[in-house]
Design a protein around this ligand. Structure first.
Ligand code: SR1
Length: 365
């Protein structure tokens, strides 16, 4: 995958050089974003011995999704030659504010913030902006046009997931719903789920459970065991985060109910794929992006702002529906194989600028 990216960067850079040196009017496949810089490397990135510093402030310490997001962010930072300073508040909102304040004191060039609460983070983000520091968020709603927000098109995720449940059950199901309020992506997915409950009244939500803790999957498993006993006729679980889904799947298998209760979820990673393809797994489908590429997009958006580019306010990464059947039919056992089979999950074309290809190319040398 890395090799593919490198050769893509090289090809694009060579194309750009040819275009510039030919000095003839011609058309070519334009990059997704129009750049103020053309292919000239912006001044902030001209000295590899003094690279821009970008803080990555995170809220959630749990799960393979976030680990993969971090790995993606680090890979993009390495390729673009910027220093990434990562910190994780592990669910502590006050600690998260302190981490953003620390980044401001360190006079970083940009801050990428994921999750967290709008009301606690908006003021400190305004402080960062006042100090001339660029800010990008992922899964955090901030009311300021200068702060690009990355998300996985969560209302679409909720709708795609609900639609799959409707089609698989003819909208006749007793559903255990696993979700919590207070997290932007989960709230957006919930909006769509509520629309489907309104549209298909025979979708019967018998229980609503869920909590975000420091061991969400294990805690969901415990809750799900009790809920399955309380609602023995439940036949569908809708889990709006894969940590919820993992707990649900383990509880269902433990209870020997894998043939009777199917799980529909959000997110995908190597660990999830293994659980989905396991013999007799009740995990029927998930709607997801590849968080590796979300992490890469966050760094590109921050780097673009540091370079003086105008970045769009809303950067929506396109999700895809992935079914257990699709994984089994295509012999997919990990993310590399999945991205190859479903290229929509690959590198996002958002926030790429001509000079970035050149920067990636030069940092390779
Ligand atoms: C607690 S929020 C968890 C969600 O954040 C990301 O958007 C992932 O998709 C995950 O489902």
């Amino acid at each position: 995958m890395l090799q593919n990216r490198k050769s893509l960067a090289l090809n694009l850079f060579v194309t750009l050089v040819l275009v510039v040196t030919a000095v003839i009017p011609m058309t070519f496949a334009a990059p997704a974003t129009v750049s103020a810089q053309g292919s000239e490397i912006p001044e902030a990135f001209a000295n590899p011995d003094d690279p821009p510093r970008i803080a990555l402030v995170r809220q959630i310490g749990d799960g393979a999704f976030m680990a993969r997001y971090l790995a993606g962010a680090q890979s993009m930072a390495d390729e673009l030659g910027v220093e990434l300073l990562e910190s994780n508040a592990r669910g502590d909102d006050a600690q998260m504010v302190t981490m953003v304040e620390t980044a401001i004191e360190q006079q970083v060039d940009a801050i990428i913030i994921d999750h967290g609460r709008t009301d606690t983070l908006q003021p400190v983000i305004e402080q960062a902006l006042d100090a001339g520091i660029k800010v990008v968020t992922f899964d955090l709603v901030i009311d300021n046009p200068a702060v690009p927000e990355i998300e996985q098109d969560d209302m679409l995720i909720g709708a795609q997931l609900a639609k799959k449940v409707v089609l698989d059950t003819a909208a006749s199901a007793d559903v255990i719903y696993v979700n919590v309020a207070g997290f932007a992506p989960l709230d957006k997915r919930d909006r769509s789920w509520q629309n489907f409950l309104w549209r298909y009244p025979s979708l019967n939500q018998v229980a609503h459970i869920g909590a975000v803790t420091n061991s969400t999957a294990a805690d969901t498993q415990t809750r799900m065991e009790a809920t399955l006993t309380q609602y023995p006729d439940a036949d569908i679980v809708v889990a709006m985060w894969d940590e919820f889904a993992k707990g649900a799947v383990r509880a269902i298998m433990q209870a020997g109910k894998a043939d009777d209760v199917k799980v529909y979820s959000v997110d995908i990673n190597d660990e999830d794929i293994q659980l989905m393809i396991e013999d007799g797994s009740p995990w029927a489908a998930t709607v997801a992006t590849d968080s590796y590429n979300v992490g890469r997009l966050g760094v590109r958006a921050a780097v673009a702002l540091v370079a003086g580019e105008a970045v769009d306010k809303y950067l929506l990464v396109e999700p895809a529906l992935i079914t257990r059947d699709f994984l089994l039919e295509n012999g997919i056992e990990n993310m590399d194989q999945l991205v190859e089979a479903l290229p929509v999950l690959g590198e996002s074309n958002l926030a790429w600028y001509p000079w970035m290809y050149r920067l990636v190319y030069e940092n390779q040398q």
